[in-house]
Design a protein around this ligand. Structure first.
Ligand code: ATP
Length: 301
């Protein structure tokens, strides 16, 4: 079996003369949770919609669960759970009727107890017409319909949009549990903390191109710290600034220095131990800051 649930090569998409995707290359490994991040208009929804053949790309190739979406769109839809970014539901139906309808479309493969369990966990009222639902409650209907047939792959366009923090957590738990059951999860998000919490890897898209794909843990490891040291007496500690990953940002006066440290602090602390130090403060650059740099187009940083 192919190691990848999704393989996208050189994907190009135009809307009229506007080029939305400039050769997107992306792979999702089977069984992983891949977070898809990027600023507004970067091309996340466009990429996801191409994977389901909801829109047609002008260039590149896509393989989803080993299938070509343009050749076998129905086969893909049967094996994938999809939550669109903008959900359009029949307002006169109840959630229960919608789930029954989807279940019939998918060949009655869903177990009704499982649908009730998911709905219960999200505190979703099954017998209320959708027109009486808030935006968040409609979103819950979308989440349940994406998971209820236990698909092999779920593609979720901002799954926690409009949900309150408790419900966001519940949806993230559901995604983690789906992964425990072997499901591949691909989800776009603007919430970096949730990507950090559940995603094994992160792909960042900007202006229709992938600018980073990395393990979430390695991104965290790569995050920088700023370290401010205050010596007890004027000190020339040049060797500190030559340590791998350490950069001198500023000297305050004879006594103080500000350093930037990438990776772990072991070498710095051991070297510093020989000097009389008055004070030592450290502050970590958050994952958020790393991504903001990508969002602002400063990936070289
Ligand atoms: P967001 O985070 O705001 O949901 P996104 O990353 O999902 O953004 P897309 O919706 O894929 O971005 O849009 C990518 C680009 O294509 C944007 O510049 C958008 O304006 C443009 N676009 C999307 N759909 C259409 C369309 N139907 N017609 C014309 N341009 C479109």
């Amino acid at each position: 079996m192919n190691e990848f649930a999704i393989t996208i090569d050189g994907l190009e998409k135009y809307y009229g003369s506007f080029k939305a995707l400039h050769g997107v290359d992306l792979k999702a490994k089977r069984g992983e949770i891949l977070g898809f991040l990027g600023p507004n208009g970067a091309g996340k929804t466009t990429t996801i919609r191409c994977m389901l053949d909801l829109i047609h790309p002008q260039g590149g190739t896509i393989s989803v669960l080993g299938l070509n979406p343009q050749a076998e769109p129905e086969a893909i839809k049967a094996r994938v759970g999809y939550l669109p970014g903008e959900l359009h539901l029949d307002e006169n139906m109840t959630a229960q009727q919608i789930f029954r309808y989807f279940n019939r479309l998918r060949g009655n493969r869903s177990n009704w107890d499982y649908i009730e369990e998911l709905s219960d966990r999200l505190k979703l009222e099954l017998k209320t017409p959708i027109k009486n639902f808030s935006h968040g409650n409609k979103q819950k209907v979308g989440v349940v319909q994406a998971l209820m047939h236990r698909p092999e792959l779920v593609l979720l366009d901002e799954p926690t949009g409009g949900l309150d923090p408790l419900m966001q957590q519940e949806v993230l738990r559901m995604l983690a549990e789906a992964q425990d059951n072997g499901v591949t999860v691909f989800f776009s998000s603007h919430i970096i903390s949730e990507v950090q919490a559940v995603a094994d890897r992160v792909a960042v898209i900007r202006e229709g191109k992938i600018v980073e794909v990395a393990e979430t843990a390695s991104l965290l490891h790569r995050s920088m710290r700023q370290v401010r040291i205050r010596f007890q007496q004027p000190t020339e500690a040049e060797e500190l600034f030559k340590l791998p990953g350490v950069e001198l940002i500023a000297k305050d006066d004879d006594l103080g220095v500000l350093l930037q440290v990438e990776g772990d602090m072991d070498a710095l602390i051991k070297t510093l131990a020989k000097y009389p130090v008055n004070d030592f403060e450290t502050e970590r650059t958050s994952l958020e800051e790393i991504f903001l740099a990508y969002y602002e187009g400063e990936e070289d940083k």
